[in-house]
Every structure is written in structure tokens, then in C-alpha cells.
Write a protein that binds this ligand. Sequence first.
Ligand SMILES: C[S@@+](CC[C@H](N)C(=O)[O-])C[C@H]1O[C@@H](n2cnc3c(N)ncnc32)[C@H](O)[C@@H]1O
Length: 197
Amino acid sequence: MATFEQSQTNDRRTMNQIELLTEAAKNFRTVGTVTFSSRFLVNKMVSPIQKNNAQCIVELGAGNGCITKGILGKMGDDSKLYSFEINDKFCDMVRALNDDRLEVINDSAEKIEEYLQQHNEHKADYIISAVPLVVLPDDIGARILAAVKKTLKPGGVFVQLSYNPVMHKKHLTDFDLIKRKFTPLNLPPAFVFVCQN
Ligand SMILES: C[S@@+](CC[C@H](N)C(=O)[O-])C[C@H]1O[C@@H](n2cnc3c(N)ncnc32)[C@H](O)[C@@H]1O
């Protein structure tokens, strides 16, 4: 029989999924998926992060906070994570992680520079992105990538999730592609592009 905690976790997962399907039906071009990332995909997204050089991390497209949680698990006590998410309901889910190292920014990933400056940060060590570059309007995607290029430290690492195995040929040409990892254990199967500035 399920414990009280297990049934609460299951209820939360069901709520997350209902929330996601509702938001995806309203605006598929910004949500870009019908399931949040699996733990296998989250592990691949955060695996490039090294605790000793992760002072300032930026996340783009936090959704329900599944990757946010993975990033926090790899950070030291005095590191900061700035998580961008345009959807109000998803922002509430990420805020519920309730971690002092986390700043949830309910605004577009195009504005990374403006918010880093507001928080007296210079550049990011890592930028971890799940924004759906392939389905976003081209001009928005281009502005997000320009903002990543500008705010990522030289030698900093940019990790991008995609369901399209060749998206780097159109979208990541300004970065050095270090690795492309495939995750079959996700719905849909996904690719993680690890790039350097
Ligand atoms: C594919 S979902 C990923 C959600 C979650 N991180 C995961 O991995 O399951 C993409 C997320 O990007 C958000 N998003 C789309 N455009 C954005 C933008 N310009 N700035 C910030 N977030 C954006 C969507 O609202 C959605 O939550």
C-alpha cells in the first residue's frame, strides 16, 4: 500500500502533468512539449556542471523546476541560480522549491544581461536551457541565443535541450559544440547539446 508521502508525490506529479497539458494546449509554440523532462534527461542536462566553478548559473525555460532542482543539487552554498520562465503558473512551481540560492525570473530569456546586471553579476559560468528553440519564432530564438553568447563567460558552458538531433546546424553555429548526448528514456527521446563559448 502507498504511504501518505508517496500518494502526495503522485498527486503532485499528476497536477504537474495536468498543468503542463493545459498550458501546452494554450500555447504550444512557447511550451514546446507535452511532458516535463525525465530524471534521466535531467541528469544529462546537469552533468557538465562542476561545483568548483559554478558561481553563477542561468537556467532558461524552467517549466515545473525539474532541471532547476537538478542544478541546485550540483551547486555550492554560495552559488546563485537565475531561472527564467515566461509562464506564471510554472514560475509558482519553481518558487515552491524554496531555495535561497534560487532567483526565479518571470520574464523572457532574451533579457539575461539586464537581470544579471540588476543582481550585480558579470557573466554566467553555465547557461542551461530547455527553451524550445526549434518551435519558437525565429526572431525570439535568435535574440535568446545572442543573449547567451553575450552573457556566458569565455570558456563557459551552454547546455541546450532539443528533440531535434540536428538543431545545432541551424541554431548553435555561434558556439563550439563539444558533445551531443542522446536520451532514449524521455518522452519524446531527447538530445542534449553541450557547447562552449
Ligand atoms: C520544453 S519546456 C521545458 C520545461 C522544463 N525545464 C523541462 O525540462 O521539462 C520549455 C519551457 O520554456 C519556457 N519558455 C518558452 N519561451 C521562453 C522564453 N522566451 N523565456 C523563458 N522561458 C521560456 C516555456 O514556458 C516552458 O516552460
